[in-house]
Design a protein around this ligand. Structure first.
Ligand SMILES: [Mg+2]
Length: 341
């Protein structure tokens, strides 16, 4: 049987929680992605983080052992700049709010980034708002003035929080909400979970959407984005969303494929199959939801356990079972079973 990777021509891969966590590589990620490259697959790394330019991201990934160039990194700043390039004449003035990556992306597509304080800021035709550590009240006010007089408003992403080593910090969505409180329109958002970033990534790969696999750790961005773009998504349990989150996910966030980590790319994909009495079986294990509790059985691999439990929960939810009655201690037991090696 063919490996999961061999079913696709290209991969759009998330970064944080998939490739690295903090400064460390996620276990299995680097050999799996290099192995996919060796098979001739194209890989683009797509990030909602708008502040860093692609070169900085590719340098970081290279230091972890991945083979890539800055052209293999696609940011939400670039997706925003591409969107605006399709809406505005070449050379149009755009207020750049955010880190270095925002202005750079605008320049790459032939638009003219303008910073707060530049006299030209009063004539901008659009605002591209991304995260930056040095964004000030003055920048947000300038964005509000521009949007208020009718400039187009594009937000690179709407993530309300940003995970840092000290905890959650306000993300770009929180700064967008500050501007939104002063204006009467909503921004166009181009990052995940909206399609433009994934569409730009597929264009960079040169692959059709159905031949492209989106890999991510977050349901509400990476995997919801895959659903909204029509791409197959692979969830890996190495980052933000837990297996419990996946088991409780609604249809707009459900990944096509589930794996503990990226080594699954190089194995055939065993689907969970529905069997008798509500059981879902996968490679020697089975799971079902009966009388409001999760029952599990068998001793197969960790991917199989994850897939059986999630398939059973999705089927139960779709049949009208309220999974909110499954309490924390039962989830803890189920997660321990899923993770047992
Ligand atoms: Mg992530």
């Amino acid at each position: 049987m063919n490996s999961l990777a061999s079913r696709y021509q290209g991969i759009v891969c998330d970064l944080d929680g998939v490739v690295y966590k903090g400064t460390d590589a996620v276990p299995e990620a680097v050999p799996a992605l290099e192995g996919a490259r060796d098979l001739g697959m194209r890989i683009v790394y797509a990030t909602n983080n708008a502040s860093r330019p692609p070169r900085e991201v590719s340098d970081q990934l290279g230091s972890l052992g991945l083979t890539l160039t800055p052209a293999d990194v696609v940011t939400s700043s670039q997706a925003g700049a591409h969107y605006l390039a399709g809406e505005l004449p070449a050379g149009a003035l755009v207020l750049a709010v955010g880190g270095e990556g925002v202005a750079l992306a605008l320049r790459e597509v032939g638009l003219r980034p303008v910073r707060t304080g530049d006299p030209a800021a009063e004539q901008t035709e659009a605002v591209l708002q991304g995260l930056g550590r040095d964004v000030t009240w003055t920048d947000l006010a300038e964005a509000a003035f521009a949007v208020g007089r009718g400039a187009r408003w594009v937000a690179t992403n709407a993530d309300t929080t940003l995970p840092t080593h000290r905890g959650l910090a306000p993300g770009n969505g929180s700064l967008v909400a500050v501007v939104r409180a002063a204006v009467d329109v909503d921004p166009v958002v181009v990052g995940k979970p909206y399609p433009p970033l994934y569409e730009l990534a597929a264009a960079v790969l040169g692959t059709a959407i159905p031949d492209t696999l989106a890999i991510g750790d977050r349901l509400d961005t990476d995997l919801a984005g895959a659903v909204s773009t029509g791409m197959d998504g692979l969830y890996v349990a190495t980052g933000v969303s837990s297996p419990r989150d996946v088991a409780l996910a609604g249809g707009s966030e459900r990944p096509r494929f589930l794996a503990r980590d990226l080594s699954a790319l190089h194995r055939p994909y065993d689907e969970a199959q529905e069997a008798d009495d509500g059981w879902f079986t996968c490679d020697g294990v089975r799971a079902r939801v009966a009388d409001g509790t999760i029952e599990v059985d068998g001793d197969g691999g960790r991917d199989a356990r994850l897939r059986a439990v999630v398939a059973a929960c999705w089927a139960a939810a779709d049949a009208g079972t309220d999974l909110s009655g499954i309490d924390d201690s039962q989830w803890t037991q189920t997660q321990e079973w899923m993770e047992r090696t």
